[in-house]
Every structure is written in C-alpha cells, then in structure tokens.
Design a protein around this ligand. Structure first.
Ligand code: C5P
Length: 316
C-alpha cells in the first residue's frame, strides 16, 4: 500500500444567500436559517507528514497567498481552526503523527466568507487521508459541527440550507450557475462582535424563517428573482460597525449588479452580476461594469470574481 506523506485539499469560500437570525440562545449562539452557496474562491490546505520532528506540537502552521493585508490576520498558533481540526481528529481516532499544515489563502480572512471554517474542513479531510484514519463522511461532518457552525458546509459545498446554529445542513435544488463579484475590505470584522451588535439593534428578533421566494429563484435559476431574494439579517449590524460598507454596496448597485449584500458577518460585500437563465454576453458586460466601478471607488482593498455553486473540499 502507498503511504501518502503529503495531501493537499482545495476548499471553497461561501456567500450567504439568506441569513435569517433568531434571538440569542442561552449557549451564546443564535438559531439561524442560513442558505450557504459555495463560490470558486479557494483556499488550499496541505498536510505534510512531520514524524521526523521530535518534542514539537502535533501541528505546525504556515500561511501564504492572496493579496493585501489580510494574511496578517491569520493566527499561526494552536488557536487556528485548521490546527484545532487536526487535534480533534487525532484525539477522536487515536491515530496521528506530527503534521505540518500549509495554508494557501485566497479566501479573505475575517471577511464573512467562512475562510477559517473552510480551512478547518480541508484540514479534516487532509489529515484523515494522511493518517488513514478511516472516518466516514458522517463522522467527519460530526467533528466539523463541533469545530464551528460553518465548518460542515465546507465539506459538502454546493448550495445548502443550514438550520440550528447553521450546522444542520440540507442540500437545496440549484441547477443554475451564477456569477459574483466580491469587494474585499481592508478591515476584518469579528463574527461575535457582529452578532453582538445584532442583539443590540434587534433585541426582539423573531424566529428565523426560510424564504420561499429564494428557494423558488434557485430551483428556477431565475437570476432577477435571486437578486431580489438575497437577504442578510446581519447586514445592519455589519453596516453599523463599518458604515463605509453602505457606499460599497451602493457603488455595485449603481453599476448594475442584480443583487448586493454583505456576505455573512462581513465586511466582504457580494454582488450578483448574473448567470442562471441569462445571456452570457450580458452577464460579462455587467460583471466588467461592476468590477470597474468598485475598483475605481477607492473603497475596497481588492475586487475578485467567482462563480457558484461549486463542490466542497476535494483532494487535489
Ligand atoms: O460557530 P462559530 O465558531 O463559527 O461561531 C463564531 C461566533 O459567532 C460564536 O461564538 C457566536 O458569537 C456567533 N454565532 C452565533 N450564532 C450562530 C453562529 C455563530 O451567535 N448560529
């Protein structure tokens, strides 16, 4: 049998098409209806056997890639969710050897696109393969849910609705391919801080409900309807903490985006520029307009394009 000494896993970012947030729970979380949509902005996690290392921790971490200031926000110690994923898998299976984890990051850090969660999902898959730990998909999904509310989605990708605190996933019918533009902010936003601001702004939040209009738009690949149905309850909280995001959203809308919203807890802003049932030439023209306006606005650290949905973590 061949023994792998290096395993690389590619994992996508997510944008939330709907994020409905209920009142705060006693455990500090919120019940959500969270429609995840995986987009073609990828991190790569490489797990390399480091058994030659003596008296050093189970995992050592390095990070590279991407542009701008965001890499400085990646923790390189045992608090990194990818390192925690490796430790949890080792503790659960009792099988492990020291491992070096190398993160190549395209997904914005602390950007509301689940980059840290994606890396954790990828680290689970990579270490499972490296250590030949023999976990089933269900076992890995269970570990993922313990690591964070968004980690399990990184394993499956596609388009799925998450309930509970977001970790109970049900795939959604979404045959269309949609084109997106993302405006990356020079700032990061802390997810707990944005949820805290939400509680302050909406002390009487109702129970979260799934949007039938969104489900229909996805099933019919109806781009205009999807643009109208995009909805993020955390957006007012993110805008309250970083008011300049309103101008970013307005810039993309004015340039012709079909829909615009803050991604998750932000501060990345997501613009739907077409796809589904539309003519590709029209979509391309719109995409260029939106990219040019955002780049010219001076409001963003960078502007990237991606399409969705795409599958979750895969070995490369
Ligand atoms: O689950 P995860 O570690 O990604 O959550 C990060 C933080 O986001 C939590 O500590 C909590 O403050 C907030 N959160 C929440 N309700 C959820 C998911 C996350 O309040 N359903």
């Amino acid at each position: 049998m061949t023994v792998n000494t290096t395993v690389t896993v590619r994992v996508p970012a997510k944008v939330n098409l709907q994020l409905a947030v209920g009142p705060g729970r006693e455990d500090g979380f919120h019940d959500l209806v969270n429609v995840f949509h995986a987009v073609s902005l990828f991190d790569e996690v490489t797990a390399q056997d480091a058994s030659a290392r003596r008296s050093r921790p189970l995992t050592e971490l390095t990070a590279d890639g991407g542009t701008g200031t965001h890499l400085a926000r990646v923790p390189l110690d045992s608090s990194n969710l990818a390192a925690r994923a490796a430790v949890l898998l080792a503790e659960t299976t009792g099988k492990s050897t020291p491992v070096d984890l190398k993160l190549i990051k395209q997904i914005p850090v602390a950007g509301g696109m689940a980059g840290g969660s994606a890396d954790a999902a990828a680290a689970l898959v990579a270490c499972d393969r490296l250590w030949d730990s023999g976990m089933s998909q269900e076992d890995l999904a269970g570990l993922a849910a313990r690591l964070g509310s968004d980690v399990a989605f990184g394993l499956v990708g596609g388009t799925a609705v998450g309930t509970g605190r977001g970790e109970i996933l049900t795939p959604m019918d979404s045959p269309g391919r949609f084109q997106w533009v993302f405006a990356l902010s020079p700032h990061g936003l802390s997810t707990p801080a944005v949820f805290g601001e939400y509680d302050r702004l909406f002390p009487d939040a109702p129970e979260p409900r799934e949007s039938p209009a969104l489900r229909r738009a996805l099933a019919e690949a109806d781009t205009a309807a999807l643009g109208r149905a995009l909805d993020n309850d955390l957006q007012p909280a993110a805008l309250s903490l970083l008011p300049e995001l309103e101008r970013t959203l307005d810039t993309g809308r004015a340039a012709g985006a079909v829909g615009a919203l803050v991604s998750g807890s932000g501060p990345t802003c997501a613009f739907l520029v077409g796809g589904g049932d539309e003519d590709p030439g029209t979509v391309e023209a719109r995409r260029r307009e939106v990219v040019a306006s955002l780049e010219g606005s001076g409001l963003c650290e960078s502007v990237v394009t991606a399409e969705g949905d795409v599958p979750g973590a895969v070995l490369v």
